[in-house]
Design a protein. Structure first.
Length: 331
């Protein structure tokens, strides 16, 4: 089976094409960017509407197949921004109707996990999912993903964006912030068991910047503290679950600084760290394409009249057993 998947939860409009043997045939993504000011939903939505047709065409061209070879259409159904999710849903419904193929709606978080399992070859790991709107630590119970730790306020990616925007960096700021070096300043550190909170450290970081502390010192210290918080919570989750592998997924997983900290902790515990490569860590169409095949196997097709978006769709609201990984060597 060959599936085309559409990602549009936030600032990325992506189209991927994958098959049920785990091969990624195309992965084309257009990212909304600004020099200042962050992400305004109306502007991001216009960006997605404007680029959707071109991104779909480029993905088909990159894959080397024709539209008639597509057997399934998948789209990010949630969680995410309602207006941008709707763009992807409309494009997906239109394609499914025109090509006369089944439609499925994919949970965005599960797509991050499943593309991570595929490319990093993780079997049944402790999962640390870190993105703009989400920061969650979870395991699969055999029937669904169970969250054992998460942010109590905002996602770590969102916190990074707030600080980046506050010190005048372009959006998205993550890659720029990764390259910044500075000196240590004291900032709040909030870990509650396996839960975390980031809004207080954002407020204090921006207060220090407005009070005259350099942007470099604020950014560097902010990342050191928040990444250390996540590593501490993850280590506690490893001790609790006794898992021997940790899978780091989501857009923030692309940060070399976070990967380095997580690697040191995993080495100390004798745990294998599995990390999604950057092209699949950040929001992308390929993860939706591949996961749509799994979704079809588990839940079957989605009726068009029941394909409404779910902006607040939690990962633990989805029945999702872990299916065996495809044998890539046989592809």
């Amino acid at each position: 089976m060959i599936a085309l998947g559409i990602e549009s939860t936030a600032h990325t409009f992506g189209v991927g094409i994958a098959d049920d043997r785990g091969r990624i045939l195309a992965n084309v993504n257009e990212v909304f960017r600004t020099e200042r000011g962050g992400m305004k939903p109306i502007e991001v939505t216009e960006h997605h509407y404007r680029d959707a047709k071109d991104v779909v065409s480029r993905a088909i061209e990159e894959s080397g197949i024709d539209y008639e070879n597509i057997e399934l259409i998948g789209f990010s159904r949630g969680p995410g921004l309602g207006s941008t999710l709707l763009v992807g849903a409309i494009v997906a419904r239109t394609l499914a109707e025109r090509l006369r193929v089944p439609l499925v709606g994919v949970n965005h978080a599960i797509a991050h996990i499943e593309i991570g399992r595929l490319v990093a070859r993780a079997q049944d790991p402790l999962i640390v999912f870190v993105s703009g709107g989400n920061t969650q630590i979870m395991v699969n119970s055999g029937r669904a993903f169970r969250i054992i730790g998460e942010t109590l306020d905002i996602g770590l990616g969102n916190a990074l964006d707030k600080v980046g925007r506050g010190v005048g960096l372009p959006f998205p700021a993550g890659q720029i912030m990764d390259s910044i070096e500075g000196k240590w300043i004291s900032l709040p550190y909030t870990v509650k068991g396996m839960d975390l909170a980031f809004s207080g450290i954002v407020t204090e970081a921006l207060r220090r910047y407005k009070g005259g502390t350099s942007a470099e010192d604020v950014v560097w210290s902010f990342m050191e503290v928040t990444f250390s918080m996540l590593v501490e919570a993850s280590e506690r989750a490893l001790a609790y679950t006794k898992k021997d592998e940790l899978l780091l997924v989501g857009g923030v997983a692309a940060s070399p600084r976070l990967r380095e900290k997580m690697q040191l902790m995993c080495e100390d515990r004798g745990v294998r760290l599995r990390v999604t490569p950057p092209e699949y860590s950040r929001d992308n169409g390929a993860m939706i394409a591949y996961t749509s095949i799994l979704c079809y196997k588990i839940h079957g097709p989605l009726k068009l009249e029941e394909s409404a978006i779910k902006p607040r769709w939690r990962v633990d609201d989805v029945d999702w057993p872990l299916l065996p990984l495809p044998q890539l060597d046989d592809a």
